[in-house]
Design a protein around this ligand. Structure first.
Ligand code: GLN
Ligand code: ZN
Length: 763
């Protein structure tokens, strides 16, 4: 009979209980015991939710990050925290979050401050893990305490436990050799600890262990493919059954490798890697279990259960007991419970499924496979009715938008003239000095701003009162910028809580949840808006605010928009049309805003594409296709303007080498990027030939409370001028200033403006 299981459950809690418990503990407002109790409580609740499954994940819960958990299990702690005298959990948080040298905690005197572990994105999700650190002398030592404790807890509660581990090859591949040594040289000693761990689990009566190896959906060179064979041959004698789980993409050339690993079963993502399934069936030796991820663990839509059954039933016939079913990946990447939503439009709600609803869907599929479709007829009928309603809904389909997208041609994305001609006209109009200064958009979101917004949302402040409060903030930021002597001003984004939500709320085709939180890292969660229908813009979204700001100054005021690719990449998107189509719809809507701003006399318009790089597919062979439509969407958005109108874009990261041709293709007049921490070296990517337009390399690390000195900024800019001609350089911070205080921003920008003046004089 088909086994039904789950790969992982969201740990943060339906009401973000874990977040609040973590933060209270970190602030010293609650005890370690209280935090641990919240953890135990969440685990219990989550296991109860999964009690209908044949196998339930254990060890997927984490107080910060599952990769960091694995580092502790393997005894791979960074050198700098090894001597810590305090509690293990506190040390864990020290690696996760760092500890400043001025700390006041009990172990400060003996153990001092430490730098946090580096954090990076988990494959193509918005979840971030703490990067394991290695050196040539790294030694591993098993500490199974966390897993054993959770296993004991699960057993006591009668949970049919299947421990979950990050696999050895993925663990090694995702880590960083701090001394540039060969990570693979560590594999034998790493495997010794994994063997010990599996045997320890076997002693506890564990039958199946899920070992996650998502690195298999990326391009692996032969050394790493070999590492897979070596690893699983080494683990073969262990007395547990291993299910190697892959997800997020296609196995392609790694299919054969996975099929032939000496393990008891494999899990594949039958949503993103559906094409792998047929060939895998033919390759898989017939004693192995095949677990198919048939419910999408990455989106919030109801599954078409009948379609899945049509596909699955013949496979079930063929595989019999060897077929398992599960969500495509851990449910970590979706919110917990749709039933929490009180305000979501009921029609839209009827199309959605969060983690708990996805488990129900899985249950229906299992019943249909076991007892026939008739046994779950009512559920299947309801499912089909909801999907049919969604397909037919006029809220999803807007023929005018579909026609506009169909009518897009190359002209739409092209500026009228080349950069050289535009630059001449823009400088004649804007009359900016050399090394012009600007900021990236937001100024501090003060307590007054947050207060006014929450009063407004609660209905305690009316439209006029809210508008007046925001205008007062805009006025303040304009006055400050004039006093600082900046050249191109911004309005400060006081009226925006979030750079995507602000636009989503004003666009037709978007919905918002109340509790649709997804963990991004540690205690940080994001609530992605839900893009459900064809996108249109009923009215201008920013013109009034920008025009007001412009009315307060004779300096150029920069209009501030979020670009289509970033809006798309930070949303839950439709599963009924390609991402590229949704992106082009967004592009047309933002393009209309760009043209309205220009019409209103705004001469400089910035279109942020903070998340462009994030959307890159996992396999390099698919990058170009993505970049092509992403760049085209930006061009459609930006390039309808006159030559005199200056288009800026902003990207807050510092890896451009491999995508520079596409960035240049966007043809923005000015790009501002993050550089201050990389000492301008990244500008090598922007060498004259590769990037012909203007660049503002960030000179002020806004993530840090430190105030950059004038000398430091001058030095950074001199380094920049060695790489990019000075006439094409701007002076600006790395990113927006919304998370900083005015008391930090004023001295930092004072130094920045002084640095620009010094550079002009020296020129
Ligand atoms: N304009 C935005 C701001 O300044 C850009 C933020 C971002 O790039 N993440 O806040
Ligand atoms: Zn940024």
């Amino acid at each position: 009979m088909t086994i039904v299981h789950n790969l992982g459950f969201p740990r943060i809690g339906a009401r973000r209980e874990l977040k609040f418990a973590q933060e209270a503990y970190w602030k010293g407002e609650s005890s370690r015991g209280a935090l641990q109790a919240v953890g135990a409580d969440l685990r219990q609740r989550h296991w109860q939710h999964q009690s209908g499954l044949d196998l339930v994940p254990v060890g997927d819960f984490s107080f910060y990050d599952q990769v960091l958990d694995m580092s502790f299990t393997l005894g791979n702690l960074p050198e700098r925290v090894r001597d810590f005298h305090g509690d293990q959990l506190d040390n864990y948080f020290r690696v996760a979050r760092g500890r400043s040298a001025q700390g006041a905690d009990e172990h400060h005197a003996c153990c001092g401050g430490v730098a946090a572990g580096e954090m990076t994105k988990w494959f193509d999700t918005n979840y971030h893990y703490i990067v394991p650190e290695f050196t040539a002398t790294t030694e591993f030592k098993l500490d199974a305490s966390r897993l054993l404790a959770q296993l004991a807890e699960a057993k006591a509660q009668g949970v049919k436990a299947k421990p979950v581990l990050v696999g050895p090859v993925t663990y090694l591949a995702l880590g960083k050799a701090k001394d540039d040594s060969d990570k693979l040289a560590l594999l034998p000693s790493l495997l010794a600890v994994y063997s010990q761990l599996l045997d320890t689990l076997a002693e506890q009566g564990v039958e199946w262990v899920q070992i996650d190896e998502p690195i298999l959906v990326t391009e692996l060179d032969t050394d790493w493919q070999h590492a897979f064979n070596l690893s699983y041959h080494q683990l073969k004698p262990c007395r547990v059954k291993i299910l190697v789980a892959t997800y997020f993409g296609q196995l392609q050339e790694n299919l054969y490798l996975l099929a032939n690993l000496p393990v008891a079963g494999v899990h594949v993502d039958a949503i993103n890697g559906q094409d792998d399934v047929r060939p895998l069936l033919n390759l898989l030796p017939d004693h192995k279990v095949l677990s198919l991820g048939v419910i999408n663990g990455r989106n919030i839509w109801k599954t078409d259960l009948v379609k899945v059954l049509d596909w699955l039933e013949p496979l079930a016939e063929r595989l019999g007991d060897r077929l398992w079913i599960a969500p495509s990946c851990s449910l970590l990447h979706v919110p917990v419970d749709l039933n929490s939503e009180q305000k979501l439009d009921t029609e839209i709600k009827s199309w959605l499924a969060f983690a708990l609803q996805k488990l129900e869907e899985l249950h229906v599929l299992a019943q249909a496979l076991r007892n026939g479709r008739d046994a779950v007829k009512a559920s299947l009928d309801a499912n089909q009715a909801a999907l049919a309603a969604r397909r037919a809904s006029p809220r999803v389909n807007n023929p005018a938008v579909q026609q506009a997208v169909a009518a897009i041609d190359a002209k739409l994305g092209a500026r009228k003239s080349s950069y050289w001609k535009r630059a001449g006209e823009q400088s004649a109009l804007l009359k900016l000095p050399a090394y012009p200064t600007t900021t990236i958009g937001s100024f501090p979101q003060t307590a007054e701003i947050r207060h006014a917004r929450s009063e407004f949302k609660a209905g305690k402040l009316d439209d006029a009162g809210y508008k007046a409060a925001m205008q007062a903030e805009i006025g303040r930021s304009v006055r400050e910028q004039e006093a600082l002597g900046l050249d191109v001003l911004v309005h400060g984004e006081a009226e925006r809580n979030d750079m995507v939500e602000y636009f989503g709320e004003q666009l037709e085709g978007y919905a918002f949840s109340q509790f649709g939180w997804v963990q991004s890292y540690g205690s940080r969660c994001v609530k992605p808006p839900i893009l459900f229908g064809d996108i249109s813009r009923p009215q201008a979204m920013t013109v009034e605010w920008i025009s007001y700001a412009q009315s307060l100054t004779s300096k150029p005021m920069k209009g501030m928009l979020t670009g289509p690719v970033t809006i798309l990449n930070w949303s839950f998107v439709r599963d009924d049309q390609p991402r590229s189509v949704s992106c082009k719809q967004l592009a047309l809507a933002i393009r209309a805003e760009v043209l309205d701003l220009e019409q209103a006399g705004v001469r400089v318009i910035q279109i942020d594409e903070a998340a462009l790089r994030e959307g890159l597919p996992l396999r390099k062979s698919q990058w170009q296709e993505y970049l092509d439509w992403a760049v085209e969407s930006f061009r459609i958005t930006a390039n309808g303007v006159q030559d005199q109108t200056q288009i800026h874009t902003h990207m807050c990261y510092s890896e451009f080498n491999d995508i520079i041709a596409s960035i240049a293709d966007m043809d923005a007049d000015v790009i501002t990027i993050e550089t201050s921490r990389s000492d301008m070296e990244l500008l090598d990517a922007f060498d004259n030939f590769k990037y012909p337009n203007e660049i503002g390399p960030g000179v002020y690390d806004i993530h840090s409370p430190n105030i950059p000195t004038q000398e430091h900024i001058v030095q950074l800019m001199k380094k920049a001028a060695e790489r990019v001609p000075a006439e094409r350089l701007w002076v600006n911070p790395d990113c927006g200033l919304k998370t900083r205080q005015w008391a930090e921003v004023i001295p930092a920008l004072t130094n920045m403006v002084a640095a620009a003046k010094a550079l002009r004089q020296a020129a």
